[in-house]
Design a protein around this ligand. Sequence first.
Ligand SMILES: [Zn+2]
Length: 72
Amino acid sequence: MITIDIFLALAIFLSVALGIVFFAWIFYNYFNEKTKTGVMGSVHQCPYCTHVFVNYKEQGACVCPQCRSYIT
Ligand SMILES: [Zn+2]
């Protein structure tokens, strides 16, 4: 019969939990199509209020989300 003390039980529990998190991370990074073909935005800085934001629409002028001014 195998005797398990509290430290061995804790080590096994943490190893299993860490393994589940690791394989979930691998699964969502390599098998998720949304992350591979996601829409890439461009980073802009507003010249009026210096707010930095990401613009996901590439056409036309973008609007600063903080001061609502148009940036060309
Ligand atoms: Zn602004």
